[in-house]
Design a binder for this molecule. Sequence first.
Ligand code: SOE
Length: 387
Amino acid sequence: MTRTMNVAMIGGGFMGKAHAMAYAAMPMFFWPAPAIPHRKVVVDVTDGAAETARDRFGFDEASSDWRSVVTRPDIDVVDICTPNNVHAEIAIAAARAGKHIICEKPLARTVEEARAMTEAARAAGIIHMVAFNYRRTPAVALAKKFIDEGRIGRILNFRGTYLQDWSADENGPLSWRFQKRIAGSGTVGDIGTHVVDLAHYLVGPIAEVIAMTKTYVTTRPIQQGGVDKLGASEKSADAERAPVDVDDEVVSMLRFGNGAIGSLEATRNAWGRNNFITLEIHGTKGSIHFNYERRDELQVMFADDPADARGFRTIYTGPAHPYGGGLWPIPGLGIGYSETKIVECFDFFTAIATNRQPSPNFDDGLLTELVADALIRSGETGAWEKV
Ligand code: SOE
């Protein structure tokens, strides 16, 4: 019989919704499932918020005290879906209690926090994962397969972007994402790290960066209430304003350890770009292009195609591709954000069931944090910074 594992999810906001949905749906897609995640307890900042999350997301219990929950003997997995400022404290406590951990990205606010989390996880011998979900898009996993098979040869360069506009309006509220004390950094940590994770996954470790960082929107209306609405509502030109002390834009050149070069751009100011994650990778034998806004598709060009047929071709991911056996039976039915989270959940519970660390785990999250730190340092010094 498939083993059931009790999950304590800390944080019942946007990410809590995504994770709770994945717990419910994962065994429906991937069967036999590596384990059945049981939504045991959800924790939020107040009893009321936790009870709402319990009822909405299908948990048995609600609590506003994560400390007592993460040490409970009946909890197998701790899932951290909170703002960044409490990732380290919760993860370290959960690791010491011997719980497997999945933590939302970025792993932490700083390298020091990420290192402490990684050391605690290693010492405890638990399974750990960072929720960089975009590498779980089947088209991205297919790109990885082509690269690993040598289909585009040796990688020469990587271009990665993550462009958004949910906060391009300067009258969008000052949520925690604009406060260094809570978020650690702005665009660099929130979305730039997704690109770093994809670059590490597809190309290899980044060794050195030179970056420009900017904060165009320097103040925002003080937000009423703590809920993160991602700027979508409560815009107000009249409200009292407070400073934004994190970046909202980063542009960087990259040097990879294996000799490849590349670029990374991430911005919160790109009107018209919603979740515009693009990757273009050129190798000695071909190229790969991906755009998350068309996430069913991978564009590939193989230089050894006959000269009269050379060009980018579009592959619609489906059953023949990574994770295809579990997802939908016909290409083009539609891969979404939910599917990336369902696949992430499948990989995490597979790692637990097989007692093998998944990727990205906390070690990978720490590496990404080191790159984020180098990007921020370089934004200040204007010099190449080693990772
Ligand atoms: C906001 O920029 C955000 O919610 C990120 O925090 C997520 O990681 C990204 O997937 C969607 O946008």
